[in-house]
Design a protein around this ligand. Structure first.
Ligand code: ADP
Ligand code: AMP
Length: 230
């Protein structure tokens, strides 16, 4: 199934924890006026609301493990079926395994739809660790900040919504190391999966945020130089 220009626009972001997916997808979501769907944010919302799904997910998230595919796929596909996704969605952090990618592909194909573009933000391991150790996130809207690389205008407050900033428990050094191992083992194989489908764009995610965004726009077909398939 090939995505057509008159169909809903599905963009998907790969990349390790800390690669900048949340930062870039938030900017792109405002520019395109298409919702950003972060599986991590959906899980954190379930945990906050103390749902059964949240209680199950927390067991895995606290250890830096992936939440089982069946739970994750069900949650994201339900979200994609909501009315605000009629024009498409920007997926952040989903899929993270080959079975998730297959389920997403099949679910979209059943609706006559397909992913248009996959953007993989490539960042070296040591930089990922540095980014995650200094990350502060907004409790209300999920925006990401960094003490050195992307500080908020007012300490402890979100620039976007004024919400309180906090450090995620799973950004602690021990859990970060494990999350990165899980990424290399279970998620990195998705690069080959999407390269095989001819829709993978690999981007140097080590540049400053605005420079990465320029390249993201091009890869999403919105810039002047749109051909960077990796
Ligand atoms: P992800 O969603 O991929 O886990 P985030 O977007 O939350 O990653 O970014 C991780 C951390 O790195 C945050 O603290 C963010 O402010 C910072 N960051 C994001 N992009 C860049 C960049 N291009 N350069 C430096 N720091 C960045
Ligand atoms: P994130 O906010 O994307 O860093 O995700 C935080 C945590 O939520 C991960 O470490 C996983 O435990 C879980 N998670 C998020 N997305 C997925 C996914 N697609 N599959 C499985 N687990 C996920």
């Amino acid at each position: 199934m090939v995505a057509h220009a008159d169909q809903p626009l599905y963009l998907l972001f790969l990349g390790a924890p800390g690669a900048g997916k949340g930062t870039q997808t938030a900017m792109l979501s405002s520019a395109l006026d298409i919702p950003r769907i972060s599986s991590g944010d959906l899980f954190r919302e379930h945990i906050r609301n103390q749902t059964d799904l949240g209680r199950e997910a927390k067991l895995y998230i606290d250890k830096g493990e992936l939440v089982p595919d069946a739970v994750t796929v069900g949650m994201v596909m339900r979200r994609l079926g909501e009315a605000d996704c009629a024009r498409g969605a920007i997926l952040d952090g989903f899929p993270r395994t080959i079975p998730q990618a297959e389920a997403l592909e099949a679910g979209l194909a059943a609706r006559g739809q397909a992913i248009r573009t996959v953007i993989d933000l490539v960042v070296d391991h040591d930089i990922l660790v540095e980014r995650l150790s200094g990350r502060w996130m907004c409790r209300s809207c999920g925006a990401s900040y960094h003490l050195a690389f992307h500080p908020p205008a007012v300490a402890g407050r979100c620039d976007v919504c004024g919400g309180e900033l906090y450090q995620r428990e799973d950004d602690s050094p021990a859990t970060v190391t494990h999350r990165l191992e899980v990424y290399y083992r279970q998620t990195a194989p998705l690069q080959e999966f999407y390269r095989g489908r001819g829709i993978l764009h690999q981007i140097d995610g080590e540049q400053p945020i605005e420079a990465v965004y320029e390249v993201v726009l091009n890869a999403a077909g919105m810039g002047e130089d749109a051909d960077s398939t990796g």
